[in-house]
Design a protein around this ligand. Structure first.
Ligand SMILES: *Cc1c(COP(=O)(O)O)cnc(C)c1O
Length: 395
């Protein structure tokens, strides 16, 4: 990374999201797309040095690529990390962390409230490699520490705010754990909403597919941490092969430049919608960290600078009302992703979690009338009015 002005440290992250990652852009305002798989080198000696170095930027794009590098540099700046590595998806990033750091005989402590893909990776892939996983309630003080087996636990995996109920993990507590490495999936917060590394956490993962790229046009993930840890992960990642594509890195980098205003709008809409839903007779529960009724509202205010655009609520009318509601909205679209321009709704019981029994769904916190909302960039009043009308139609 180019040397930075000391005064950069005083600038807001929203400003740095626009200023960072321009060092090798030769004056072009927009990120440059290096759509090439390989680069020519001058001699056998230079080739040898590139082939044996860590993350060479101009050798072979699975090893590194200038477009991807500019995105990684910007993420490092925003996360306060020494280095970052981009992957083909959020799951590419998370699976590289888990499988790149853990070996047969190792133990992992993971949060029960977690993205379904991460849960399945830990629950089904890890056992095949002889990696033991203990799931704990990440909202309970001391839960991670109690489950750590000294000398055995290699990694603690957390997600905050977490799927599906916006449960939070205390980042200071996580950062203070002694022994294992810690990783936080910070996708819901975005790099502008919280900085886990400042709390002592080792690694931060984002599904940049979501709010970072922000336009539903890129599948990309990223991991940030110390120079040493990212170099170690790189040596696994280059064999794992889930490297980001330059096109997706370009879209993700472009997305970062507008993340500040997008997050502000999505957060404002989510706050308004959460307050509206909380006062509605057909709604039994609303989970949003920005509500005073959120059980961890104080923690949210301590560790998050923005409450984000995601909220989850339950309908009194259960599954049928839930299905009617998500089919009755006209501004909000029924789709399974988050963080983009469109407000999206999902009804987990009938879609993403349909394979689970009602008891298993309940164990993950999902009820028959649970609805998750990703607030988009539409006018806030239009979004609230859409839910008001859909709730009336759903009965
Ligand atoms: C979507 C998501 C992932 C997985 O990311 P992909 O880019 O779809 O692989 C991981 N964690 C969270 C919190 C997510 O929302």
């Amino acid at each position: 990374m180019a040397e930075q002005d000391i005064s950069d440290r005083d600038r807001a992250p929203e400003t740095m999201a626009i200023m960072a990652g321009r060092e090798s852009n030769q004056g072009a305002l927009a990120p440059i797309l290096w759509a090439t798989t390989a680069f020519a080198y001058d001699s056998v000696v230079q080739g040898h040095s590139l082939a044996t170095g860590v993350a060479p930027e101009r050798f072979y794009s699975r090893y590194g690529n200038p477009t991807i590098n500019a995105f990684e540099t910007t993420i490092s700046e925003l996360e306060g990390a020494e280095a970052s590595r981009a992957f083909a998806s959020g799951m590419g990033a998370m699976s590289a962390v888990v499988l790149g750091l853990c070996s047969t005989g190792d133990h992992i402590v993971a949060q029960r409230q977690i993205y379904a893909g991460t849960q399945l990776l830990l629950q089904t892939v890890c056992p095949r490699f002889g990696i033991d996983v203990t799931f704990v309630d990440g909202t309970q003080p001391g839960a991670f520490a109690e489950a750590i087996r000294p000398g055995k636990t290699m990694l603690v995996v957390a997600e905050t705010p977490a799927n599906p109920y916006l449960d939070l993990v205390d980042l200071d507590e996580l950062g203070a754990l002694v022994g294992p490495m810690t990783v936080v999936d910070s996708t819901f917060a975005t790099p502008l909403g919280q900085q886990p590394i400042a709390h002592g956490v080792d690694l931060v993962v984002h599904s940049a597919t979501k709010a970072i790229a922000g336009h539903n046009d890129a599948s990309i993930g990223v991991v940030s941490g110390s120079e040493d840890l990212i170099a170690w992960l790189w040596s696994f990642a280059v064999l794992h092969g889930a490297n980001a594509s330059p096109t997706d890195a370009l879209n993700a980098h472009r997305g970062l430049r507008t993340l500040g205003v997008r997050l502000a709008r999505q957060t404002a809409t989510a706050q308004r919608l959460a307050e509206f839903l909380e006062g509605h007779g057909s709604v039994s529960r609303v989970a949003y960290p920005g509500l005073e009724s959120h059980p961890q509202h104080d923690l949210a205010r301590r560790q998050m600078s923005s409450m984000g655009g995601l909220l989850t609520f339950d309908l009194v009318g259960g599954s049928e009302a839930g299905e009617r509601l998500v089919e009755s909205t006209s501004v909000a679209i029924l789709a399974s992703t988050l963080g983009g321009p469109e407000t999206l709704v999902t009804h987990p019981a009938s879609t993403t979690h349909v394979g689970l029994t009602e008891e298993e769904q309940a164990a993950t916190g999902i009820g028959p009338g649970t609805i998750r909302v990703s607030c988009g960039l539409e006018d806030t009043d239009d979004v609230v009015a859409d839910f008001e009308a859909a709730l009336a139609a759903a009965g």
